[in-house]
Design a protein around this ligand. Sequence first.
Ligand SMILES: Cc1ncc(COP(=O)(O)O)c(C=O)c1O
Length: 411
Amino acid sequence: MSDVLKTEKNRRQWSHVDSSDVQEFSEAKIDTVLSFQRTHDRYAETPLRSLDALAGELGVSKVYVKDESYRFGLNAFKVMGGIYAIANCLAEKLKLPIEDLSFEMLKDKKVKEQLGDLTFISATDGNHGRGIAWVAHELGLKSVIRMPKGSSLKRLEAIQAEGADVEISDVNYDETVRICDQMARENGYLMIQDTSWPGYEKIPLWIMQGYAAIAMEILDQLPEPPTHILLQAGVGSYAGGIAGYFLHKYPEAPPKIILVEPNQADCYFKSFENEDGAMQSVGGEMATIMAGLACGEPNQAAYEFLCKYAYGAISCSDEVTALGMRIYGNPMKGDAQVISGESGAVTMGALYLLCSEAALVSSKKELAIDRSSRVLLISTEGDTDAESYRNIVWKGEYPNLLGKLRDELNV
Ligand SMILES: Cc1ncc(COP(=O)(O)O)c(C=O)c1O
């Protein structure tokens, strides 16, 4: 198989969706989430595009793209989780049901007096931390953000602009999470992390429910449900949240969930390769331009769920996302343009290759993509590092994809 793009079907295929697995993603629960998110005065549904010319070119029925670069002016989807998790933490402290709260109410002076001096802390590659810092700033509260080694300075500056105390650590994402956990304990900070581990489950679940509200928006915008959803996976919280809602909504015939990861941090792909499905972690530097996906240790709750219900996984080199960024940025005539960053575009690059490269026909078949497929992609971020975006899309960094792919496959 090629190192550019590898596919793996999940061996653990389920026979029915167990309602207890999806109860946290019921319509009623996610409606509560979206209703709260809508109370923010900058809330607006992000656009859903149908790239019909591209679908024709790729030989599928539909290619739908949800463009999360329009989310709250923050250029990425992540704040959907952070805003709901923080609101729930505050609701608990105020002893009020979240259903009775609005974002405006949380900004109230009296509420602030009641809450006292609160500081949130989180580890991030950029997007989650920016969301947390933004929400904290809007509420007049403090945030401490730590980023893994090698993080983009542009993304650090965007977090700094939200008033956060932000630094880049000298370890990877997973280690940075542990540092933040330690700092939270030592300083009485409130940790708002987008991944779970035994004993830290409630806040990550709220974050996943926050992401599931995007799926609710999508189903309001789509004329018919998709047959396939390609979802980027870092720790898997986002994929778990989106998949959770779709599986709850269509338990009899849910869309096929396909996870897409960078090959330097492909913990889900590696777990699917395992006969027994044992969770695989990836360590070390995880050098990839897909910064948001450079996580080697899955969210345990999301892992258990996705390991059971995902249809397959794809592991991709950086060239695949560079290709996806260029396709989105230079659409076929009649299709909408999507500005998609390194962690946002990999699903597009993967779909394009699966549908256009003869050498990948068996992979496409394995994932059951054919003429009748309605494929949903979510561009989860825009040009969150504008300089890097231009280097790739305008100046052509990461170019030699097809040569590399064909060399590796000997075609
Ligand atoms: C743009 C983008 N897409 C996808 C993801 C993946 O989300 P998760 O880590 O929940 O799998 C991230 C995570 O930071 C991200 O920033």
